[in-house]
Each structure stands twice: as C-alpha cells, then as structure tokens.
Design a protein around this ligand. Structure first.
Ligand code: IMP
Ligand code: MG
Length: 187
C-alpha cells in the first residue's frame, strides 16, 4: 500500500522525483545482500548518523542477514542550514565501545564529504577492528574531502533533496521517496 504523501496535497515545494520508493527498496535490498556477504561470520556494528539516516538504517538493517548491533550518534555542523563547514559538534555520542568492533557507519547523504571526514577520524580513533562507510546518497561533483565510501546507494544531481529521512527545517523526513525541494532553502 503506498504511504500517504507527507506534504500537503500538491505541495508546490516538492519538485521532481529523484529516487522512488521502489528504487529505494530494491537498491537497499541489494546493499543488504552485499553487506551480508562481505561480513559473513562477523557481527558488524551499524552506527547511524542522526537524524537523516534513521529511515535508511532501519530498512538497510532489515535486509542484512547477520547478527548486527546498532548505535547512533547525532552531530550538528556549524555553518548554514544547507552548507557544511566541516566543523562538527557531537550532539549525542555513541553508547557502545568500538574497540575491536567491525563498524559500519551509515550516512544519509555525502555532499562535500566534510561531515564524513570528521566522523571517520573520530571513530577511527576509538580502535575499531574495521571501519567502513555506507552512504545512501552521494551528490555528484567534487567532494572536498576524500570519502572512501565502501557502499553507495545512488549518485544524485546537485539539487537540494528531501524525503526518506532528509529534511528542510525538520520537515519532509517522512516522505517515502526522495525528491527535489523546489521551495526556498534557508541559508
Ligand atoms: P557534507 O558535510 O557537505 O557532506 O554534508 C552532508 C550533510 O548535509 C548530510 O548528512 C545532510 O544532513 C546535509 N545535506 C546535504 N545536502 C542535503 C540535501 O540536499 N537535503 C537535505 N540535507 C542535506
Ligand atoms: Mg545528516
């Protein structure tokens, strides 16, 4: 059954479809299979970056047939609402110890790569046995930082997007698909 549209009917702020619900579910199922094969015999720890990655993390986890564990961290980046400065503040830290764990960092969208660069460095310093990154979306273009992404869902054009966890001013996270945000983006 299709989920109801989170925007008001005909919300003029919602633009073209970028990734449909069907595309999300089939690609995420593939990613889960790949992760299941790559981590066979191990018990990876999925680390989700709140809030944007919550929906992706939930669906991805259900397509991984391994005894996984979860943790979450929340970060906020200094700078404008839509451009990351690379200076990241940890709003909520992890509960679990990463020492000796196979950590898979789950991100919603990699744009400049600066948030990810900070997180990778921060998590690597905690002594995990391995550290890989799984990003649902990567914005096409030159990432300012070297991102070394192990798993990527979709490469998307430069437009600002919302839905499936991604917001503008905390709205639209519950859209079951990802579309262009055609309204005014706060700076
Ligand atoms: P980066 O540090 O430039 O890679 O920024 C990545 C973060 O900025 C993502 O995790 C999102 O939270 C946010 N972000 C970047 N582009 C978008 C977008 O188009 N829609 C919603 N959030 C975005
Ligand atoms: Mg984010």
């Amino acid at each position: 059954m299709p989920a109801p549209d989170a925007g008001s009917p005909g919300d003029p702020a919602l633009g073209a479809m970028v990734v449909s619900a069907e595309e999300l579910s089939s690609r995420i199922a593939q990613m889960g299979k790949e992760i299941t094969a790559d981590y066979a015999g191990r018990s990876p720890l999925l680390v989700g970056v709140l809030k944007g990655a919550f929906m992706f993390m939930a669906d991805l986890a259900r397509s991984i047939a391994l005894p996984i564990e979860f943790d979450f961290m929340a970060v906020s980046s200094y700078g404008s609402a839509t451009k990351t400065s690379g200076v990241v503040r940890i709003v909520k830290d992890l509960d679990l110890d990463l020492t000796g764990r196979h950590v898979l960092l789950v991100e919603d969208l990699v744009d400049s790569g600066l948030t990810l660069q900070y997180l990778r460095k921060n998590l690597a310093a905690r002594g995990p046995a391995s550290l890989e990154v799984c990003a649902l979306l990567v914005r096409e273009g030159l990432q300012k930082a070297d991102t070394q992404l192990r798993y990527v869902g979709f490469r998307i054009p430069p437009d600002f997007v919302v839905g499936y966890g991604l917001d503008v001013g905390e709205r639209y996270r519950n859209l079951p698909y990802i579309c262009v945000y055609a309204g005014e983006v706060p700076h």
